[in-house]
Ligand binder design. Structure first.
Ligand SMILES: *Cc1c(COP(=O)(O)O)cnc(C)c1O
Length: 224
């Protein structure tokens, strides 16, 4: 298997980051891709990977145990999966309610560093979608910041996948405004995770510090 896209995606990320005057981390979204593809990317130096299901993340950790790899959970987290997530993830990007924050804190093993978390914001107010309403981000961040077993790093969003980029640009800009506002209260805030395969350069121009790229890196995802 060959993943020629990694260098070209990294180049595009770096170019956009230079233009925005920031530095940006690339999260490789490996969901539903074969272990071999993850190994290939890891061998090329990619270390941060994202999965959207706790079971999938658990399987990766079992198959690909390597101290160099860093696993991010980016999918909605059910209450009964918080314990496993707290055990196996390095970062949970999808914390969107109090129960999940408290459960992750309660279950993070004492021998591991505090679990990194991002608060997921439903920036387009889409009904039925995960993410807290923008106005709920501050109280949720307050709660997380008070938990010693959690390390609050910032915000994550999945803007509505509208065809036109203008709406997405507005959503990214709104996320950045919220991020900057909260950053004054939470000094550990350094991560704004937004932007995927088809809009990561736009997201970086609008302030992303981490982009989550799947298909542009790995090719089309196998169906579930
Ligand atoms: C699948 C997924 C991505 C990556 O999507 P691509 O369009 O394949 O780059 C990013 N973020 C989340 C939360 C996802 O579920």
């Amino acid at each position: 298997m060959e993943i020629p896209a990694l260098q070209s995606i990294r180049d595009r990320v770096d170019r956009a980051a230079n233009m925005a005057g920031t530095s940006v981390r690339l999260l490789a979204v490996s969901k539903r891709q074969p272990d071999a593809a993850v190994r290939e990317l890891a061998a090329l130096g990619q270390c941060a990977f994202g999965e959207n299901y706790v079971q999938a993340l658990a399987a990766r950790r079992e198959h690909l145990e390597s101290p160099k790899l860093e696993w991010h959970l980016i999918g909605a987290l059910q209450s009964n999966k918080c314990r496993t997530a707290a055990l196996l993830a390095h970062c949970v990007q999808s914390v969107d309610r109090e129960f999940v924050a408290r459960a992750l804190a309660a279950h993070r093993p004492p021998n591991l560093p505090p679990l990194e978390v991002l608060v997921q914001v439903n920036i387009d107010h889409e009904s039925g979608k995960s993410g807290c309403p923008p106005a709920a981000a501050l109280p949720l961040c307050d709660l997380i910041a008070a938990e010693p077993r959690l390390n609050l790093r910032g915000l994550m969003a999945i803007p509505r996948p509208v065809p036109g980029l203008d709406d997405r640009r507005r959503a990214f800009a709104a996320m950045r405004a919220l991020f900057e506002q909260l950053r004054t209260d939470f000094p550990g805030f350094d991560t704004l995770s937004m932007g995927m395969s088809d809009d990561f350069e736009l997201a970086i121009a609008e302030g992303a510090t981490m982009v989550r790229v799947g298909t542009a890196l790995f090719g089309t995802r196998p169906s579930p």
